[in-house]
Design a protein around this ligand. Structure first.
Ligand code: HEC
Ligand code: HEC
Ligand code: HEC
Ligand code: HEC
Length: 416
């Protein structure tokens, strides 16, 4: 636990140092006059259509203003507001609003229509279930590749990573609008586009309802994650089949050759997906899936059940120490990303210890061979590997310089 808290502190520190301009609260206050009409003088807006800015992370605010300015995030009202702002203005405005307190209580959401107050209309209308919203927030839904929101947005909606917005005490109407916008792809973020696309309209209402009155469901037990049933049975069956893989990946999945990835400790789900992708790649002549001449030959005869069993076997093995070494640049990019260059922090998907997030399909990278990691980053960057959903890795890898790739690969491999 200590280690995690330390890492998170590290993340916050790093992001601060990579942001270009240092914001000034007083200067921001002076520039915020024209924002007050919609967002309120202290960043607490009176209308649910205008997001609260008070207490939001300064870096996140500056990032959004930049997005509105260069058109990556579109909104008819905000575009002209951001158009004339310099980087310094954005940093100052961020610093000002971040310094304001978001003490607004539930009453400010009284005009939200998604609240549970619609008792009369209940018979015909869908009644949002705040407890179900809480369940998605805390646990996600692994079966649909929805990561738990709490992983990024934080407990009590106080995110620790400064470019992940705080959702605490935000208007539920605004939250729902953003989720629909991510779902439709109008607002772009690789992670959010994937999660929102999998949410039904009613689930989005459930999540909005949760934000409207989180206290009402404080004591409702969230759905328990499903027990990893029958996994050991699959792993036993997989062991026999893994003999065919031993030549390259070793019997216990800790391959000794850098070009052959270690499979030990990798998630079963991710392994199975790669095997499916290799098969699709082979049968579509590289148009879809993942192409590799060697692996193509290995997967053609495998059934989906075989793939699951092989994945379960390797997932149950322990990965050996990698050949990489800790270094400053790699650590900095891994935990902090580079907001100015649009590089998302790797930690958000590959985890604090590099163990990945099995349920969301994000692979483990800890202990992997340096050379293999670098090769994959280069493949994503050149798009010769394109089996990552929504281009999640391609969009990041293409922004990495040669030195970044080398440093990151060393660092990831050194993680334990
Ligand atoms: C005419 C009304 C209006 C004015 C004035 C205005 N905004 Fe906005 N702002 C909006 C709306 C509407 C949205 C939500 C856009 C959406 O739905 O994506 C927004 C969104 C934002 C966001 C994104 C918040 C989030 O949680 O992602 C930031 C940051 C922001 N505004 C900052 C500012 C600043 C700084 C100013 C003053 C320079 C300003 N706005 C002036 C209407 C306004
Ligand atoms: C892997 C990290 C991650 C996870 C998990 C995640 N989010 Fe996000 N979320 C983000 C990032 C990053 C942004 C900001 C994107 C941008 O810069 O425009 C965001 C933005 C949002 C916003 C818009 C906030 C605003 O102020 O405009 C909402 C709402 C949201 N997320 C809800 C959710 C919900 C609900 C879930 C769970 C189903 C979830 N998120 C899971 C990373 C994540
Ligand atoms: C002749 C050598 C060879 C054999 C035998 C082999 N593989 Fe591979 N495997 C490779 C190579 C090379 C790659 C890397 C491909 C690339 O760079 O994209 C790979 C990649 C993989 C990956 C992707 C790993 C990741 O981290 O993305 C998986 C999963 C995999 N192999 C599983 C298997 C399984 C299961 C078997 C046995 C049924 C097997 N392999 C047999 C050479 C082999
Ligand atoms: C939004 C989530 C996300 C972020 C952020 C992210 N990754 Fe990934 N990464 C993925 C996913 C998903 C895959 C696997 C794609 C697939 O299904 O084949 C992946 C795969 C990889 C692989 C290949 C692993 C293997 O075994 O073949 C490497 C290496 C990697 N990422 C490195 C990075 C680095 C370095 C960063 C930060 C600069 C980063 N990732 C940031 C989601 C992410």
């Amino acid at each position: 636990m200590k280690k995690i808290i330390f890492s998170l502190l590290l993340v916050s520190g790093l992001i601060n140092t990579v942001m270009a301009a240092e914001g000034n609260i007083e200067a921001g206050k002076a520039k915020s006059g024209m924002c007050a009409a919609c967002h309120g003088a202290n960043g607490l807006s009176a209308s649910p259509n205008f997001p609260n800015l008070a207490g939001q992370h300064a870096d996140y605010i500056a990032k959004q203003l930049k997005s509105f300015k260069d058109g990556n995030r579109t909104d008819a009202m905000m575009a002209p507001m951001a158009a004339g702002l310099s980087n310094q203005d954005m940093a100052d405005l961020g610093a000002f609003f971040a310094s304001q307190s978001r003490t607004v209580e539930k009453s400010s959401d009284a005009s939200d229509t998604s609240a549970s107050g619609n008792v009369v209309a209940a018979v015909t209308k869908f009644v949002p279930d705040a407890a179900a919203g809480k369940s998605i927030y805390e646990l996600g839904d692994p079966s649909r590749s929805i990561a738990a929101c709490v992983n990024c947005h934080g407990k009590e909606w106080r995110s620790e990573v400064l470019i992940y917005p705080n959702l605490a005490k935000q208007h539920s109407v605004y939250i729902e609008k953003q989720l629909h916008s991510f779902k439709a792809g109008n607002r772009k973020d690789p992670a959010m586009n994937q999660f929102a696309a999998a949410l039904s309209d009613n689930e989005i209402k459930n999540i909005g309802a949760y934000f409207t009155d989180t206290k009402a469901v404080a004591n409702v037990k969230a759905r328990r994650p499903a027990a990893p049933s029958a996994l050991s049975e699959n792993a036993i069956a997989g062991k026999a089949k893994a003999a065919a893989c031993a030549a390259c990946h070793s019997a216990d999945g800790n391959s000794l050759v850098a070009a052959y990835p270690k499979l030990a400790g990798q998630s079963a789900r991710y392994i199975a997906k790669q095997l499916v992708d290799f098969k699709v790649g082979a049968s579509s002549n590289g148009q879809e899936g993942r192409s590799d001449a060697v692996m193509a030959g290995m997967v053609m005869a495998l059934s989906e059940q075989d793939m699951l069993e092989l994945g379960s076997y390797f997932a149950a093995q322990k990965v050996s120490a990698g050949n990489g070494s800790d270094n400053e640049l790699g650590r900095k990019l891994y935990f902090g990303g580079d907001a100015a260059r649009g590089i998302t922090a790797c930690v958000s998907c590959h985890g604090v210890k590099g163990n990945g997030m099995p349920k969301a399909g994000f692979p483990a990278v800890a202990g992997q061979h340096v050379e293999y990691l670098a090769a994959q980053l280069n493949q994503f960057s050149k798009k010769t590997r394109a089996n990552d959903k929504n281009g999640m890795m391609r969009s990041i890898a293409k922004r990495l310089k040669k030195d970044d790739v080398a440093a990151l690969s060393q660092f990831m491999s050194s993680l334990k």
